[in-house]
Each structure stands twice: as structure tokens, then as C-alpha cells.
Ligand binder design. Sequence first.
Ligand code: NAP
Length: 324
Amino acid sequence: MSDSDVRNVIIIGSGPAGLTASIYAARANLKPLCIEGFNAGGLIPGGQLMFTSDVENYPGFPEKVTGQELMQRFRDQAVHQGTEIITGDVTRVDLSKRPFEVWALDVEGNERFFKTKTIIASTGARANYIGLESEEKLKNKGVSACAVCDGAFFRNEDVVVVGGGDTAMEEAHYLTGLCKSVTLVHRRDDFRASKTMQDRVTSNKKIRILYSHVVEEVLGVEEDKVTGVRVKNLKNGEVNTVACAAMFVAIGHTPLADLFKGQVELHENGYVKTVPGTTQTNVPGFFAAGDLQDWVWRQAVTAAGTGCMAALEAERWLSANDPH
Ligand code: NAP
């Protein structure tokens, strides 16, 4: 199709939600266009699973599969079913027009402009940081939000992981396979991670846990690389330095909803609002799937499930509203 044709459906994002929506929309003969993103919010095509090591909980893979391989399989299947994929970042959408309008910057730097009857938004979420100036200055110089991406740079070094959820447990455990030691810093006495993940961490002798501690400062700005972190014990106010070569931040995510702000209803926490049990938003023909609208489950399999729902809902919406 050419850029000037009015599309049935444009899918924005290429994580499990976007690519599952692509597979279902292609099979429904909607000739979907998926704009997979290449730099949005630091994400790369394939979404957050590209930053994950082994995926052991995606059904159908009794032998573990890497996040990258799983997403490559999703993508191959979407293409095989007839999805057109463009590598590019969507820079703007106009949901006040019918058909909707979508602008994107492709990987060669060309601006692309599309019109579409429906949109499935599946831009996902990105990692949060603590918000310290020193942390910002040392990003990619020892401060990272992805152990799988950057852990190998710190082989046989001491590292710190911040957070108390499943991601922090997963990252801490993963890093013990590479690094000399891991200090896990968590602001409370209890982890919110699942029991299995907690057990994996508490039984790992290479992991030291600092409960009720926060990172006050990342050290090493002058040296231009992380040399340690200054931590504060919230129980007694004591301040200490932990020498380390890297700090991995694993403190949750923010939905990538900026494109849609002011055009579609959002929850107070910034996630796109959908009618419960559906992927419908308050804008007819605009559907949201995956982590962009889900801060509770956030699993590849649930994201894929809502991607499927979105494609089927888009198909039904087109049949009802655009029968030709
Ligand atoms: P999360 O569950 O929201 O946990 C975030 C952690 O960061 C919490 O422990 C929180 O502390 C802490 N935190 C938040 N803001 C902080 C700040 N400013 N300073 C210090 N600490 C801060 O996020 P997640 O671990 O990324 O997990 C997200 C979802 O993905 C969860 O549903 C999780 O189960 C799922 N997940 C599953 C797997 C798996 O099954 N293999 C792996 C990874 C993630 P508090 O506890 O005090 O709030």
C-alpha cells in the first residue's frame, strides 16, 4: 500500500501486544500496518522483552526462550501473516480527524504521514529512575535500567540493584552470574516480589540485601563512571557508601502515553483508560493494548491477550462502522 491510502488499522508498537494485534488483524484481512518504533523512550523494536534474559513463563516454551528470540518469532509470524512493518517512531497522532492521522519518522529520517480508520496503541511502558542528578549524569556510565543489556560490562565487579519487585529480584539474580557481588537496596522491610523470586534472591550467597535503605547519591560524576552509591538507612538515619561499578535501577515503569495525552482519557497514573474487559477507549476506533493500559499484570502473555482482543475489536468496529 502507499502512504496516501487510508488504512484499516495502524498498530503503534511492536511488543507482545502490538505484534499479536498485527497477527490477528492480518488474519482478518485488515492489511495492518505496524509501526514498530526504534528509539521511543529508549525502547527498541520488540518492546521490553528485548531487555529480558530467559523467559520461562510464556506458554508453549517448556524449554526457556530468550526475550529476543521470542519477539523475533512474534515478528516473523506477524510478517508471515501479511503485516506491513515500518521501523520508525510515531511522532504525532490526530484523533480528532476521521480517518485518524498519524505522523512517523522512519529509520532513514523521512517523515511519513498516514490516514487510518482505526488505531491500536501498544506503545508499552519504560523504566523509571530514582531522579537524582548524579544518576542522570552517569546513565550509560554505570547507571542502567537493564541488567541483561549492560550487566556484561561489569563482569567480576561489585554492583548495586535498587528495588523490591520481581524485576529487582530477577536483575539481582541474573547479575550474580556475571558480577563479583550484588547489593540489593530496597526502601522497605518487605519485598513486593513473588515468593519464588524472593527465595531465589535471599538464598543466593552473592547477594547482600540492604532493607529500609535508599540511594541518596550515585558517586563517580568527576571520574565520569560509577564508583559507588551513598545509601541512607531509613530506620536510623545512618549514611554509608557502597563501592560499586554499576547501579541497576529496577523501580517500576511509566506508560508511553505522551502521544495520546489530551486526546484520549487516561487514568490518574498516566495509563490509557479502557472499558473494563475490553480494549476500547473513550475514542471510538482507538484501541489500547498491553502495558500502555495495564499496570497490574504487565506480562507478555497478558499483553499478547489484549493485543488479540484489540485486533478483534477493531475488526468488529470496522464491520459495524465501515461496512465497505
Ligand atoms: P514493581 O512491582 O512496581 O516494583 C517496583 C519496586 O521499586 C517496588 O519494590 C518499589 O518499592 C520500588 N520503588 C518504586 N519507586 C521507588 C523509588 N523512587 N525509590 C526506590 N524504590 C522505589 O515493578 P517491577 O518489579 O518492575 O514489576 C512490574 C510487574 O512486572 C510486576 O507485576 C511484576 O510481578 C512483573 N514482573 C514479573 C516477572 C516474572 O514473573 N518473571 C519479572 C519482572 C517483572 P515499594 O515496594 O516500597 O513500593
